[in-house]
Design a protein around this ligand. Structure first.
Ligand code: PEP
Length: 252
């Protein structure tokens, strides 16, 4: 049985102070929620302070990115053990903004995933098609490529413990959400591929979550789909009440 998994991606928002104020208030709001895995992804500079503020609470902390090397001459980058040491238990990999603006590829996603797993981080691997790819009927082929190449060399056991976030690029930050039927269709396809390529335990245990303009009003319907195990929330997670409402509405 997969419990709901709700993650907030703050992108390049919130100072350390703002982030800590949020986490302190949020941990008390969710203190009695046992049945949802809740994660917040602040900027790198706020990870440590947020992890301290979230200590012994229901809130986990994620990095938004990492480098595949542990250390070295890579100015401006951060290695997986450093993200972990700062206090993160999770990390986002291959977010579409990273793919779109920073040249990330399925190959770099694959290397980063290996690094994250090596450092003991739970990876939230983002996949999804652009509007152009959808209009050219390439959605499932794009996802197949992103999963095949992104997860190359990763074992079924490792995949069972990670999270795949399906985020259609045309729905991110646009206010345009995939319908619940469309999300279900794609999530079922992803799960079927995980089963085919990595085995039943990987497919049954891996969380496949949806991202793209999730807000309190559409949470229940999306999460009611059998293969939608949670949500990756951008804009709506910046507001504590909205994010709490999303967590609340994700519960069965
Ligand atoms: C995201 O950043 O992963 C995201 C889904 O953003 P938004 O919820 O704002 O569309």
């Amino acid at each position: 049985m997969r419990h709901p998994f709700i993650a907030g991606n703050w992108k390049m928002h919130k100072t350390v102070h703002e982030a800590v104020v949020y986490v302190k208030e949020f941990r008390s709001l969710v203190k009695d929620i046992e049945d949802v895995e809740i994660v917040l992804a602040p900027t790198f500079t706020a990870i440590h302070a947020c992890a301290e503020a979230a200590r012994n609470s229901k809130v986990g902390i994620a990095g938004q990115n990492l480098h595949w090397e542990k250390q070295g001459a890579f100015t401006g980058e951060i290695g997986a053990p450093m993200v972990r040491e700062a206090g993160a238990d999770y990390v986002l990999i291959g977010h579409s903004e990273r793919r779109q603006y920073f040249g990330e590829t399925d190959q770099s996603v694959n290397r980063k995933l290996g690094a994250a797993l090596g450092a003991g981080l739970i990876a939230i691997v983002c996949v999804g098609e652009t509007l152009d790819e959808r209009e050219r009927n390439q959605t499932l082929a794009v996802l197949d490529r992103q999963i095949k190449d992104g997860f190359d060399g990763i074992t079924g056991d490792q995949i069972a413990g990670l999270v795949v976030a399906y985020e259609p690029v045309w729905a991110i930050g646009t206010g345009r959400t995939a319908t619940s039927a469309l999300a279900q269709e794609v999530h079922a396809h992803i799960r079927q591929r995980l089963r085919q390529w990595f085995g039943a335990p990987a497919a049954d245990q891996c969380h496949v979550i949806y991202g793209g303009s999730v807000k309190p009003e559409n949470t229940k319907e999306l999460l009611a789909q059998p293969d939608v195990d949670g949500a990756l929330v951008g804009g709506a997670s910046l507001d504590i009440k909205n994010f709490f409402e999303i967590v609340n509405r994700s519960r069965g």
